[in-house]
Design a protein around this ligand. Structure first.
Ligand code: ATP
Ligand code: MG
Length: 401
């Protein structure tokens, strides 16, 4: 098969390995996505060379995971994960292999991979090694484990979530035995590191076929194994499925869930799913803007509190919750007429207020009045001019109590 651009560029790595007497293949997701004619985001290489041998062959190598056999080779501005053929050792904690053994042939390396469609290898001429009918499953869009499904999920329960995630990304159906084993082994999900669960759910909600994946979560009762839902909030998934569209960040996911079940605080989602502050802040802004919109509709204040980078996510949130489509241009129009973009743009500040009320001692009244002014200016009930604002303040402000 003719190789496409990212592979032709990466072939030189396979060639260097070959001219030094080592095998090297493209493996995993990149081969799958190549056969599906999808964009390739990263190219992984499996080789018979050990990590220390790989290091000697290339000028720029970053030793990211030597103990797992992985190094990153930098070449032509790209990064390639180059991993020594390996077997995963025994699995004792349901999570990660606690020992890695290097092996000398490709077949063993492919056998440890999760699904047949992910167990394909390709050489520098585009020839595919397919030991488990991965191409056929890919054509039928079937997710099937390599080997005994129960054993494979028992080894690593993350594969259960990966299967559902791939169904979302690729629109695949889960093969019957694989599905059955997922159901049997599902309680092991609880033992996974939560960061890994969050990462899979993030990708799951981004997938084009997210509704199909959510149906799997419901059918397999996987929700009962997930943080927060384990406490019996399972109906949320049925609710969310109704209008779901792909969500681009976990902040959006949290915002949707919180809106559907307001008794669970954003803070709890963040803590239980170990999210970053960045995810938390965006989730809070999305929710604030959404709730403001519910009570006021599209108006100046909404645009003022919603940063532009969250517009697209907010539009998706409104669609999922209200089945209403808001156009980017509608937001653009309002945004263009905002008198100020931020607090600092106000023509007055705390010092002005202190000057106008010399008899008052400093306190939270300053912040309160500024907030009121800010709201009135943004909503164009008050001009952003010091003189006018001063008049308004002096007329409207009583002595503090
Ligand atoms: P994508 O990168 O598009 O999310 P991927 O299939 O490349 O999907 P990665 O997590 O990058 O997924 O893993 C690369 C390859 O490593 C997989 O295709 C699979 O062969 C193997 N793999 C990854 N995770 C597991 C796992 N938990 N169990 C077994 N094999 C795995
Ligand atoms: Mg990958």
């Amino acid at each position: 098969m003719m190789l496409s651009e990212p592979f032709t560029k990466a072939s030189s790595i396979l060639n260097t390995l070959a001219s030094n007497g080592y095998e090297g293949y493209f493996v995993g997701g990149c081969v799958r996505d190549f056969l599906l004619k999808k964009d390739i985001h990263d190219i992984d290489i499996a080789t018979s060379a050990t990590p220390s041998e790989v290091i000697t062959l290339f000028p720029k190598v970053i030793p990211v995971g030597m103990e797992h056999g992985t190094v990153i080779v930098r070449q032509g501005g790209e990064s390639y994960e180059v991993t020594t053929y390996r077997l995963d050792g025994e699995y004792t904690d349901y999570r990660r292999p606690n020992e890695v053994r290097f092996v000398t042939n490709l077949a063993e390396d492919l056998r440890r991979r999760d699904f047949t469609m992910n167990a394909l290898a390709m050489d520098s001429n585009g020839r595919i090694t397919d030991l488990f009918h991965g191409k056929e499953d890919l054509e039928k869009k079937l997710i099937r484990t390599v080997g005994n499904a129960e054993e494979r999920f028992q080894e690593d329960a993350l594969r259960i979530l990966r299967a559902v995630r791939f169904s979302s990304q690729l629109g695949c159906t889960i093969q019957a035995d694989t599905f059955q084993a997922m159901y049997v082994i599902r309680s092991q999900i609880q033992h996974l590191a939560v960061e890994r669960i969050t990462a899979e759910l993030t990708k799951l909600f981004q997938g084009y076929h997210v509704a199909k994946a959510i149906q799997y979560i419901i059918d397999l009762r996987l929700d009962e194994q997930l943080p927060i839902f384990e406490a019996g909030n399972s109906d949320i998934f049925k609710e969310i499925k109704k209008n779901i569209i792909p969500l681009q960040s976990f902040s959006e996911v949290i915002a949707v869930f919180h809106q559907l079940e307001p008794t669970i605080k954003i803070h709890d989602w963040i803590r239980k799913y170990k999210c970053s502050n960045h995810i938390k802040n965006d989730a809070l802004k999305l929710i604030n803007a959404f709730q403001f919109y519910r009570s006021h509709g599209l108006d100046n204040w909404l645009l003022y509190i919603l940063p532009k980078k969250l517009w697209a996510g907010w539009i998706r949130l409104v669609f999922v919750m209200d089945h209403t489509t808001i156009q980017h241009e509608q937001l653009e129009e309002i945004d263009a007429i905002l008198p100020i973009k931020e607090r600092a743009d106000l023509d007055v500040n705390g010092n002005d207020l202190i000057d106008w009320f010399p008899q008052r001692s400093k306190g939270k009244w300053i912040k309160q009045i500024l907030e009121e002014i800010e709201y009135l200016v943004v909503t164009m009930q008050l001009a952003n001019e010091k003189k006018i604002i001063k008049e308004w303040v002096l007329c409207n402000q009583q002595e503090p109590n």
